[in-house]
Design a protein around this ligand. Sequence first.
Ligand code: PMP
Length: 308
Amino acid sequence: MALSQIAWMDGKIIPLEEAAINIFSPTVQYGHGGFEGIRFYETGAGPAVFRIQEHWERFFSHTAQELAMEIPYSADDLTAAVIGLIRATGMREGYIRPTIVYPEPELGLRFQQKKVSVAIVLSSWEKKLAQDSLAVKISPVMRNHPDAVNMRAKVTGYYQNPIRALRDASQDGFDEAILLDSEGNVVEGSAENIFLVQKLWTGTKALFTPRKGAILPGITRGTVMALARAEGYIVNDCTSFKASNLFLSDEIFLCGTAMEILAVTAIDGNMIGNGKTGEVTSHISQLYSDVIHGRDERYLHWLTLVNS
Ligand code: PMP
């Protein structure tokens, strides 16, 4: 993962090392900041940003709102900043990380500062993982409780919990962690939503994903549901299920902006399906790839061209 050597901060493109804030700011001290993760892809019409409006919607209406931080720019200003940064780097594909912070030093929890800084960096982040499927661990780390935090917000401090889950899974030799809620229901990966594929009694295959509530309802999750439904798959997004249900699935996959779509082929050392990426996961993955690269005309409205 290579970061661009320039960043956009508070209206200017600057060298990456100058995109800095004070170490005693509330964002560093208490995790009181927020971020987004967006991707841009090469298409027939040049690089294009995928679903940028939906990312801004979450950034403004959930993350900044939850933090009571006022972003001194509009969504259109930030889109222009992203486009300017992509053009300035000459990158054709990559990952975009917009961030909001309190930049000034101030101790104590009753901070008074009003200045909010916004910074954006790009990263090549080709694939989160080198392999094409995942061996995961059901995490002993419980997901943040939805009564305690706003699950729709991408607040910096919330990530301590998935980081711990991922560290624990990595130490045991797994690629990813699957987190449960306080009732033992499967909720999500460290930064991905989860889908199960199961054959119904009629013989058709259906997709199941945990209902909103204890999950971050990802933009990729929404994309997968839309694509799958358009292909005629039954998609149930109102389910709650325990970890034991995972082992009854024909296929499982995780999805998120950074990871995209990746099959889970083993859980706690038990093989899922035949231990390879399944038919439905491959199909959805192919559809997703076509959409993000602008090869499916039905979804061109999800792409914002960099050079238009
Ligand atoms: N869950 C969590 C906790 C996440 O941080 C992310 C990444 N934003 C996701 C799910 C997937 O969301 P998206 O598809 O919007 O990237």
